[in-house]
Design a protein around this ligand. Structure first.
Ligand code: FAD
Length: 459
């Protein structure tokens, strides 16, 4: 019988890899994990967590502005200190990283703090130490990395999301390129912190794939908050001048800024990983191809999380890592259910969404009943703020099942997380209507929408 150094070798200690390593070790497996940067991965070190901390920071501007309507007087003009925020964020991330590391050690996982690559179906090489280690099973959980535009002259003058978290000072003017949630969130953060913010995107609207009402509503809200949009064009080149950066656009126009952030998508982190050597098959964009049990084309090699480019979200990577470990080492064959994944965009105002968009619902259902409410949240009244909250339920007109729930407004993510349970359980519009309202709240609107705003059919 072949003896391996480990039962499982995990490459990458991010959301998916850490969960898989801990759970497999808990099932009694001899587990090792290699991490080339910092424990916790993208989510903890340069993704969800630091992003949300920056979002919180950016929203204090609204709190200060609204406070006067509630009787508060702020004696001095509030001042913001970017280095202080970044230092506080770094301390929190270091704390979380420590917890990730401790969790792995406590589970008995052996840690290697260096890059690992595949040599063959059962062997990894550690880059710094030069060691080679074998394992019965190998899990690739190397995540993703920000895309760059290799043909863009002056791209070295730009930053990506990794670098945005560590800027030494807050720019006065920023241009964010991209239309996905990362671009939109960072534009909101910078605008909230008082930076003159422009978002440039090659399409005609941000947030492709989200419900159209949310996309339109957020564009309007951002415009009212002073964010400029430049749609339908891209950077042709970027140059540095004495007064900052100048971006030349394909449209012929120019944009001036102190910083330009590229948030033009992410790609699976597979470069130089040795996938060819091990015979692991990838899709044309580099994503590792896996089946519903996270198994690659090589029976002993598995992959979870962003490196598979399915639903690139932390909870999904965690679920995939957990299911893999339970199935392979715990004798519990489970696969992940991707139905009704709730998501948020931590813009200000925030987006929370679960289920089908209106467009997808019309494709999927013979008839779709639309319920929409647009209202000024209570806090906005005394604050004198005009921003509106939008709530939308999409109902299968035949079965009465609620198939989509979309919110633009404060706490949208929190509300939608709970609505997702109901949708996941197959709740009908009648179930929503029967649920007692919690008053006064914004979420009560979801159970008090009585009037259909439209009935839609295909074609
Ligand atoms: P990762 O967490 O990326 O972990 C991969 C790890 O592998 C990294 O630590 C990396 O250093 C390591 N690694 C790579 N190659 C090697 C190698 N050869 N050897 C050793 N180590 C290696 N998701 C949400 O759900 N909500 C959000 O609000 C959210 N916000 C985000 C904001 C930003 C700016 C970004 C970039 C992402 C955000 N995400 C969010 C996505 C989320 O971070 C990812 O979906 C999640 O981290 C994926 O986990 P993973 O385990 O697949 O990979």
């Amino acid at each position: 019988m072949t003896t391996y150094d480990f039962d499982l070798f995990v490459i990458g200690a991010g959301s998916g890899g850490t969960r898989a390593a801990r759970i497999a070790a808990g099932h009694g497996a001899r587990v090792a994990v290699a991490e080339e940067y910092r424990f916790g991965g993208t989510c903890v070190i340069r993704g969800c967590v630091p992003k949300k901390l920056l979002v919180y920071a950016s929203r204090f501007a609204d709190d200060f502005a609204d406070a006067a309507g509630f009787g508060w007087t702020l004696e001095d003009e509030p001042r913001f200190d970017w280095p202080a925020l970044i230092a506080a964020k770094d301390r929190e991330i270091a704390r979380l990283e420590g917890l990730y590391r401790k969790g792995l050690e406590a589970a008995g996982v052996q840690l290697f703090e260096e890059r690992a690559t595949l040599i063959d179906a059962h062997t990894v090489a550690l880059t710094s130490s030069g060691r080679r280690l074998t394992a019965e099973k190998i899990l690739i959980a190397t995540g993703g990395r920000p895309n760059t535009d290799p043909k863009l002259p002056g791209r070295e003058l730009t930053i990506n999301s990794n670098e945005a978290f560590d800027l030494k000072s807050l720019p006065n003017r920023i241009v964010v390129a991209g239309g996905g949630y990362i671009a939109v969130e960072f534009a909101g953060i910078f605008a909230g912190l008082g930076v003159d913010t422009t978002l440039i995107y090659r399409g005609d609207k941000i947030l492709r794939g989200f419900d159209e009402d949310l996309r339109d509503g957020l564009i309007e809200a951002y415009r009212n908050r002073g964010v400029r949009f430049v749609f339908g064009t891209v950077f042709k080149s970027i140059e540095e001048t004495r007064s900052g950066l100048i971006g030349h656009l394909a449209s012929g126009a120019t944009l001036e800024a102190d910083a330009i952030m590229m948030a033009i998508g992410r790609s699976p982190n597979v470069e130089g990983l040795g996938l060819d050597a091990a015979g692991v098959a990838c899709a044309s964009n580099g994503a590792i191809v896996v089946d519903e049990n996270s198994r690659t084309s090589v029976p002993s090699v598995f992959a979870v999380g962003d490196v598979c480019d399915r639903f690139n979200l932390t909870p999904v990577a965690i679920r995939e890592g957990h299911a893999f470990a339970d199935a392979q080492f715990g004798g519990r064959p489970v696969s992940v259910d991707y139905d009704m994944i709730p998501t948020a965009v931590f813009s200000t105002p925030e987006i929370g969404t679960v289920g089908l968009t209106e467009h997808a619902a019309v494709q999927a259902c013979a008839r779709v009943d639309v319920y929409k409410a647009s209202f000024r949240p209570m806090r906005a009244t005394l604050a004198g703020r005009n921003e509106r909250t939008l709530m939308k339920l999409l109902v299968d007109g035949v079965t009465d099942r609620v198939v989509g729930c979309h919110i633009l407004g404060p706490d949208a993510g929190e509300i939608v997380q709970m609505a997702a349970i109901a949708l996941r359980m197959g709740a009908t519009k009648t179930d929503f209507d029967r649920t007692m309202a919690l008053h006064p709240s914004a979420a009560e609107e979801l159970v008090t929408m009585r009037t259909k705003t439209a009935t839609l059919t295909r074609g």
